[in-house]
Write a protein that binds this ligand. Structure first.
Ligand code: ATP
Ligand code: MG
Length: 184
């Protein structure tokens, strides 16, 4: 007879993971200011400043024991650093999210997403087949409103990160667990 310990009954340890661009403090502050501004127009619930990010690829629940393999996979991604100009507030009705996007997506960004997804797919991880819209979520549960022109936010992206997401009483808590530099 095999013994079934607590770890076994609880299933394998997993983390809810995603790859992201993570703003530096100055960019975070400007994004947060834009969030406050959009909130005045569209209402809803503002994302906390410390959670602001741009999701590159969402993995979802992943066994902890796959972390090293996943990191090795991400380390194969070769992409150049770039500047992303976020100048286009947008609203999605289906999930009531208000976000900040880019009217021009830099080719280096497209290459980064392509390289990351290709590496993940080759290693057997799930990849999103829907068209990717680069965006920073600023508002949740908003009804949106009149289109707004905003002061562009310039984000100098020099790295991408792997983030673990935990749902706490005060909302999502994100922890950056790995980082990879983009090529200068
Ligand atoms: P919560 O779901 O607890 O309200 P959250 O949506 O911020 O908070 P996660 O669901 O862990 O946290 O999502 C982390 C990031 O991945 C967010 O940027 C979210 O928009 C994005 N994301 C979540 N699910 C998917 C998905 N199925 N496909 C693409 N991106 C996703
Ligand atoms: Mg979510």
């Amino acid at each position: 007879m095999t013994e079934s310990g607590p770890a076994e009954t609880a299933g394998p340890a997993t983390l809810r993971l995603f790859f992201a661009l993570w703003p530096d403090d100055a960019t975070r502050a400007v994004l947060n200011r834009t969030g406050k501004w959009l909130h005045q127009h569209w209402g809803g619930r503002r994302m906390r400043a410390d959670t602001l990010h741009l999701t590159l690829a969402f993995l979802g629940r992943t066994p902890v024991e796959q972390l090293d393999d996943l990191a090795a996979c991400a380390a194969t991604v070769r992409a150049d650093a770039f500047e992303l100009i976020l100048d286009r507030p947008g609203y999605w009705r289906h999930n009531r999210i208000g976000w900040l996007g880019a009217s021009r997506t830099p080719p280096q960004y497209v290459e980064l997403i392509g390289a990351l997804n290709a590496a993940l797919q080759a290693a057997g991880y799930p990849v999103d087949t829907r068209p990717h819209v680069p965006h920073v979520t600023l508002l949740r549960n908003t009804a949106g409103g009149e289109p707004q022109a905003c002061v562009p936010v310039s984000w100098s992206a020099s790295e991408f990160v792997l983030v673990a997401s935990r749902t706490e009483a005060e909302g999502a808590q994100y922890e950056v667990i790995r980082r990879w530099f983009l090529m200068a």
